[in-house]
Every structure is written in C-alpha cells, then in structure tokens.
Design a protein around this ligand. Structure first.
Ligand SMILES: *Cc1c(COP(=O)(O)O)cnc(C)c1O
Length: 566
C-alpha cells in the first residue's frame, strides 16, 4: 500500500491535487456553501408549501398516520403476528375466490387452446352454459344482480334493445378497423373527429379540440399528462403538483401516480360537499399545474363550484379540468328541463362557457349509451391538446405519432359511439336526462320524507344520490347497504363518511318506488338488528382501524389476483 502511495505517479497526482486545492480552494468552499444553501432552501420551501397546503393539523395527522402505519407494518412483520394474520388473510382470499370462481361438476375450464377450432354453434351454446352456472341465484331461483332488472347502481348504461342492435351492426361492419391507419380506414377517422366535435358543441366550445379514448380513466390520465408537459414546456416546471378535491374520481390519483405528480387532496365542505376553495387556494404554489372539479363527482353526486375554481385557475395561470365523465350526456341537457333554482336544486355552471375551464372529460360509454371502451377528452384550445400527443421520430419502425395511450385502437367502438349519438340525437338525450334526473329527485324526496333515520349528502342535482345514517339513530348505513344486497340491489359503499349511493340509470327509472320501499324496510330491519352483514360491513368496517388501509389494500390486490384465476 505504502509502496503504491510513494510511487512516482502517485506523488505526481498528489502534487496536482494540492495545487488545485490552493488555487481553487476558496472557490470550492464557496460552491459548497452555495450548494448547502440551495439544498436547505429547496427542501425548506418544499416543506413550507406542503405545510401550507395540508395545514398544521393535517400535516401532523398525516405524519402520525404515516408513523403508526410504519410501526404497525413492522409489528405485523414479526413472526408471531404473521402466524396470526396470515390464516385470516388466507381465509379472506378463499372467500373472495369462492364468490368469484364457479365450481361444481358442470364447470369446464378451458386452460389452453383447443387443438382444433370449435364451431360457431358450439361456442354460442357454451356461452349459454357458462351464463347459467356463473351467475348466483337467490333462494327462489332468481338470478342475483341481473342487470336488466335495474337494481344496479350505475354500471350498465343501456339505451334500449334497438340501439344495442345498431351498435352490434356498426361493430360488425368495422370489426377489423383501426384509426392508427387513417389511410386504410378513412371513415373511422371521420367518425372519431365528428364524435369529438359533437361533444365540444354539447359542452359549448365550438373552437376547442379533443380526442377519443378508451374510457374516463384514460381521458383523465391524458389530461394530467397534457398539463404536465404543458407546464414543463411553458413554465419549466419539473416537480409538478396538482390540487384535487377529495371527492374527485380515483383516476386522478392513478394519473398522478403514473405521471409522477404530487397530488394535494382537498377536503370538501361537510354540508355542500363541494371542494373547499380556501383550502384549494392555499395548496396552489409555483409548481402547481392544474386544478380539478367534478360535475358531478362519483361518491355523492354533488357538483363543485366550477366558477370559483376557474377564477383561481385563471389567476395563477394553471389548468382546470372539469370531470364530466359521469355527467356525460346528462349535464349538458339539465338546463333545458330544469332551469336553475327550480325544485330547490341548483346546477352550477360547469362547461367551457366558464372562463378558466381548460379541459373536460365526457364518457360516451356512460349516459351516452355508446359501447364500453369509449370516452372523449376535450381541451379549450388545439395548442393544449398538442401536449397530449406522443411523437417520436427516431424509432427504427418509422416516425411514430399517436394521440393517446393506446397505439392500435378499436375503430369498431368509434363507429358504435358515432352510431349511438346519431341514433339518440339531442332530443333523445334530453328525454333520457329528464327521466334520470326526475327519478333521482324522487329518491331524494322519498328518503327525506319517509326515512327520518337517513340524510342525503349535500344537495345532488344530477343522477347520483348518496345517503348516510343520522347521528344518534344507531343505524349502521353499511349494514343497510348489505341488507339491500339481500333484496337484490347492487349499491356502492362510500367511506369518509360511511354512506351508500345509487347512480340512477335508464334501467333504474321504472323501479324507483321499489327502491324507496326496500330502503325503508332495510333501515327498519337494521334498526331492529335483524339486518344483514355482508361485504360492505366486512370491507369498509375495517377502514377506520390503523391497520385497516393496509389490510384492505392487501385484500383488494387479492381480489384482482382472483379475477385471473381460470
Ligand atoms: C366513471 C367515472 C370516471 C372514469 O371512469 P371509467 O370507468 O374509466 O370510464 C371518472 N370520473 C367519474 C366522476 C366517474 O363517475
């Protein structure tokens, strides 16, 4: 070792280094001090912004739950705990699989390709057989959750059998088409551009621009990507943040996670269920790229103060995305049948007429009755849409340019969406919106006048109605939801606060009276403790304990695993 250090080349190196040290020593020290202050300032500002966005109490609470979660995870990883928890988890996994995967002698599992192709008749007959054993039945032999009976919240957006037949015809005609090749499928290109154009006019922006996507989630993730790239290109923002109402769809969390954006989740007002504008303003800083409002939101169907959000977006020169994925083909027609203020409901302004709204997502596959796998993302300007594209000119496969996440896309679905919109027309959508909103208001009225144990979350003006148990009634609303399941209803459980919602669809409209009667009975049964415990109580009852979120995440992942068990 010493021999090496004493060698001539080593000595030479040491000489050079000490020369550098004497020449540039002070500069080096100065640089080091500057770097130190840069790091301290950078993280100091970051922490202060975080503190301002979350508030002192919020930050402390966040820190505390982070700490307790880590501690509990450590404890849970100890062998004696693993031995205790693992059998419970295994049981939960087994239960999930038992519910999802059919078993019995009649079940044939097709785990690898048949060596010879099957006939069309065989395939259709096999689908019949699978349908007969994959569904669960109640004690009277009736199919549980048959979507045609309308007892399902949201999920199925049915435009009638004639429309279904038309969509199938459109699909057949354009089955192999792909808008990635507009020269081969020019009609598909035309139809996509027209679907976007019709939506832009519905949302009052004849000069805007947009694209179709595979669904609401893709529309939202694309908007998040567009704002991220816009902010990077025009403002040099490299650590983007977004400010999102707690009531906004999980697709924004997903987009933030995929696109590496810091997300501030802002609480809603407990009475109006609209996002707290003062808190939104506090969360905005120079790294903010976008705000979000929902019209309406998924959990309780209320609409944020879009005008208030738009003022903030304009003031800070950031984007405002309005999520009309669910509102889709209902909100544009609400004004016509329900002028503002009639009926005690107010629909806030939400579309491109509000200065400051820069993008809107609208699901054709919800109240547009288009086939599943279609949605539209719209921007106020074609320039903003540019930031959504992906283009690379250096790929050996050629110059590659695509508007959204997918490469190849189903032209047949675009044709289906175009066909549905032509078939329904303004008057058709207006009528369906009127029926849906009227039914939702009937449910609200029914709960308010006939079920004193429950209250409605906010004052939802559109199609979703969420209800919770009043304090002091001793009613567990999740148990009410589970009791409704026993009566054949498929509703959604909500958390923070615990509540249950129904999204009214065309199929629900004829069974609104049954809904109110069943809900009334369910509340009575739960009150006299003869109600039922089921998935809602099991899954969402856990949420409030410290380990709850982790266990729920584990169970949810197991649920997805189970979906892929053949
Ligand atoms: C349904 C929905 C979305 C997105 O849904 P997809 O399932 O991806 O089509 C987004 N926002 C709201 C409010 C929704 O209800």
């Amino acid at each position: 070792m010493d021999a090496i250090l004493d060698s001539a080349p080593a000595q030479h190196l040491i000489d050079v280094l000490s020369l550098l040290q004497t020449r540039f020593g002070t500069t080096y020290d100065r640089a080091r001090t500057l770097l130190f202050f840069y790091v301290v300032t950078k993280y100091g500002i970051k922490s202060l912004r975080h503190l301002r966005a979350r508030g002192t109490v919020g930050t402390l609470r966040e820190g505390w739950s982070w700490l307790s979660e880590r501690t509990l995870l450590l404890v849970l990883a100890l062998p004696p705990m693993v031995a205790k928890v693992e059998p419970q988890m295994a049981k939960a996994r087994k239960d999930i699989e038992k519910k999802l995967i059919p078993s019995g002698p009649q079940v044939i599992r097709y785990l690898s390709l048949p060596s010879e192709g099957q006939s069309r008749d065989w395939i259709l007959a096999e689908m019949d057989r699978m349908d007969s054993y994959c569904h669960s039945f109640d004690s009277k032999g009736a199919k549980l959750h048959d979507w045609k009976d309308g007892k399902i919240s949201g999920a199925v957006y049915h435009g009638g059998q004639d429309l279904t037949n038309l969509i199938v015809a459109a699909y057949e005609r354009y089955c192999v088409s792909n808008p990635l090749h507009p020269d081969v499928f020019p009609t598909i290109r035309k139809m996509e551009a027209e679907v976007v154009s019709m939506c832009l006019r519905m949302f009052n922006s004849p000069t805007g621009a947009g694209t179709m996507t595979s669904g609401g989630t893709e529309s939202i993730v694309m908007a998040v990507k567009a704002y991220r790239d816009w902010a990077r290109a025009t403002k040099g923002i490299t650590e983007p943040e977004m400010v999102v109402p707690a009531s906004a769809h999980a697709a924004f969390d997903k987009g933030a996670a995929y696109m590496k954006i810091k997300l501030h989740s802002i609480p809603v007002d407990p009475i109006t269920r609209q996002v707290d504008l003062a808190r939104v303003r506090r969360a905005i800083n120079p790294n903010t790229i976008m705000l979000v409002g929902s019209a309406p939101n998924f959990p309780d169907g209320n609409v944020d103060d879009i005008t208030g959000l738009a003022k903030l977006a304009k003031k800070y020169n950031i984007g405002l995305h309005v999520d009309c994925c669910l509102g889709s083909f209902v909100v544009p027609f609400i004004e016509r049948s329900f002028p503002p203020g009639t009926d005690g409901y107010t629909m806030p302004d939400f579309d491109f007429r509000v200065d400051g709204v820069t993008s809107i997502s609208c699901d054709t596959h919800k109240y547009g009755f288009a086939p599943k796998g279609t949605s539209v993302i719209m921007y106020r300007t074609p320039e903003l849409r540019r930031y959504q594209y992906y283009v690379t000119s250096s790929w050996p496969g050629g110059v590659y340019a695509s508007p959204s996440l997918s490469g190849s896309r189903p032209g047949a679905l675009i044709a289906g969406a175009w066909a549905a919109m032509q078939y329904m027309g303004e008057n058709g959508y207006h009528q369906s919106a009127k029926n849906i909103i009227t039914a939702a208001r009937k449910i609200i009225h029914g709960i308010k006048t006939e079920i004193p144990e429950l209250y409605i979350l906010g004052n939802p003006p559109v199609s979703v109605v969420a209800f919770a148990a009043k304090e002091g009634t001793g009613i567990n609303v999740l148990k009410v939801g589970d009791t409704m399941s026993k009566k054949g209803w498929h509703l959604n459980a909500l958390q923070k606060p615990a509540a249950v919602h129904i999204a009214v669809t065309t199929l629900t409209v004829p069974v609104v009276d049954t809904f109110i009667a069943d809900l009334k009975d369910s509340v009575k049964e739960v009150g006299s403790s003869s109600g039922h415990d089921g998935t809602m109580v099991a899954l969402y009852g856990l949420g409030s304990s410290a380990v709850g979120p982790n266990l729920v995440q584990e169970i949810a992942a197991s649920f997805i695993d189970a979906l892929y068990k053949a």
